[in-house]
Design a protein around this ligand. Sequence first.
Ligand code: ATP
Length: 535
Amino acid sequence: MMDSSDWAEKYRPQTFKEIIGNKKALHELREWADSWASKIPENRAVILFGPAGVGKTTSAHALSREMGWELIELNAGDQRTADVIDKIAGSASRMKTLFSHEISENQLLGKRLIVLDEADNLHGTYDKGGSKAISDVISKTTHPIILIANDVYGITQTIRSQCLEISFSSIQSRSIVPALKRACDAEGLSCEESALLKIAENAGGDLRSAMNDLQACALGKTKLTEADIVVSGRDVKETVFKALVKVFKGKNRQEALDAVGTLDETPDDLIQWIDENLPLQFPDDKKIFPAQINPDISGGFAVLARADLYLGRVRLRQNYRLWRYANYLMTVGPMSVRTRDYSGFIKYVPPSRWKRMGSSKSMRTMRDNIAAKISRRHHASLRVSRNELIPYYMRLMENEAYAVSLSGESDFDLDELVYLLRAKSATKEVKGIYEKSQEIAAKYKSEEPEFFKGKLSRKEKGNEGGREAVKGQATIEEMAAAVEKKKESDQKQQELKKQQELEQSKQKAEADEKSKVSKQEKNEPPKNQKSLFDF
Ligand SMILES: Nc1ncnc2c1ncn2[C@@H]1O[C@H](COP(=O)(O)OP(=O)(O)OP(=O)(O)O)[C@@H](O)[C@H]1O
C-alpha cells in the first residue's frame, strides 16, 4: 500500500552524493567543513542561501552525517530571543570550551553543527535581539554554524561579514524527473515520463513542491498518466503555500501582507485557504491544552470571522474598498493572536469545498466560465464580470425567483449554480432551481442570434488568443455571412411589419369611417347635415 507520510521528507537525501544539482555549492560547503579539521577557520559560520526546496537544509543535514557532527537545529518556529539563542546555540558552542580538556585531542570528536533555519527572518518581535545574539555566538563559537536563508539580504551586514556565503540555485526540470521517478519506484507507482516532466516543469525548480505535487496527484492511484496531473500554475516567487507559512508562522506583518499581495487570489478565496489550514497549523493538542481548546484556534477563527464580516459587507454594498480590511485581518490576524510558535513542516491543503468541486484550478476555470457567460449577457469585460458582477449575481440569487431567471438567462450549468448559490453540493433545492431555469434557457437560446449559438468566449475555452470559432463551428466568414443574412431577414421583417401596419391603419380608418357614419346614422343627425348637401 502507498505510504501516506510526507514523501518530500521520506525521500530526503541522506548523503551529498544523493543530492541533485548545486554541485559547486556542495563542494564549497565540504571544503569549509574540512577546514575545521585542524584549527578554527576564519569563517566560523556559513550562509546557505537560495530559493526554497532546492536542498539547503538537506545539505546541512547530510554534512552533519558525513562529518559525524551532532546536529543542533534552531528553527524559525523556535523562539529565537537572545536568551534562547544563548541557551541553545550559545551553550552548544561553548560546550567544547567548557570540556575542552576532554576532547582537545581530536576536535572532530564531539563537534556540533549548529543550524539556524530562516536566518533572514531574525528581526521580528519574537526574534528581538536574535541577530545580535547570533553575531556574538558566531564570533566566539568553536563549533561550526550554518545559517539558512532564502534572501541573503535579509541578514544583517554584521552577520554576513562574519560568514562564508554559499549560493544555491533552482534545480532544472530534467534533473527533478529522476528524483520523482525514484520516489515512484519506491512507492510501486507506475508513471508516464511525460507526467513527471509536467510536474517537474510546473515546480519552477523547487524539488519539495514537485515531490508534494507528485504525492497529491498519486493519491489512491497505482498508475499515473499525464492526464492525471492537475497542478495549479505555480508562481515561482510565492505560492499560496509559502504565503500561508508567513501568515501562520511569520513574525513580520508586512512580510505576510507582501506575500499575500503577490498571489492571484481574491480575499474571498484567500480566506478559504486560511480557514482550511488554520486547524492544521494550530492543532488542538490535548497534551498541551487538556482543559480547553488551543486558544490559537479560537483566536484565529475569531479574526477570520471579523474578516468575513467585511467580505459580507463588500458583497452587500459592492464597496470593494472594504476588501483591504478583510485582507488585513485575515493575513495579519492569525500571527497576532498566536500565543506560541509552531515548528515543523505542515502540508497545507486546498480548501475542501474546492476539492469537492474538483481541483482549485477547475474551480477557477469554473469561475471564469461563469464570468464569461455573464460578460456575454451584459456586454461587460471579463474582469468586471468576475470581480463585480459575480458577487452581485450571488447576492441576487439568494432570492429563488431571481436565481431561476438569472440562471436561465445566462444558461448556468448545475456546478455553476452550486458555486453561485454557495451551496455545498447539488442539493434538491439547487437541482429544482436548475430545472426551472432550463425552460428560460431554452427560450433565450431560441431567441439568440444564430451566429452566437454555441460560441464560447476565450476564457470559456481557456484560450488566451481572443474570441475564436469553436472547432467544427462557424468561421469568421460564415459569421459575417450570418450577420448579413440576419440583416436581410430583419429588413424583410421590418418591411413586412410596415406593410402590416399600413394595412391595419387602412382598415382602422375604414372601420372608423363606417362606425362614424353608422353612429351618425343611429344617434343623431349630423349638425352639418345642411352643408353636407350644400354643393
Ligand atoms: N537538491 C535536492 N536533491 C534531492 N532532493 C531535494 C533537493 N532539494 C530538495 N529536495 C527535496 O525537497 C525536500 C526539501 O528540501 P530542503 O528542506 O533541503 O529545501 P530548502 O532548500 O532548505 O528549502 P527551504 O528554504 O524552503 O527550507 C527534501 O526533503 C527533498 O525531498
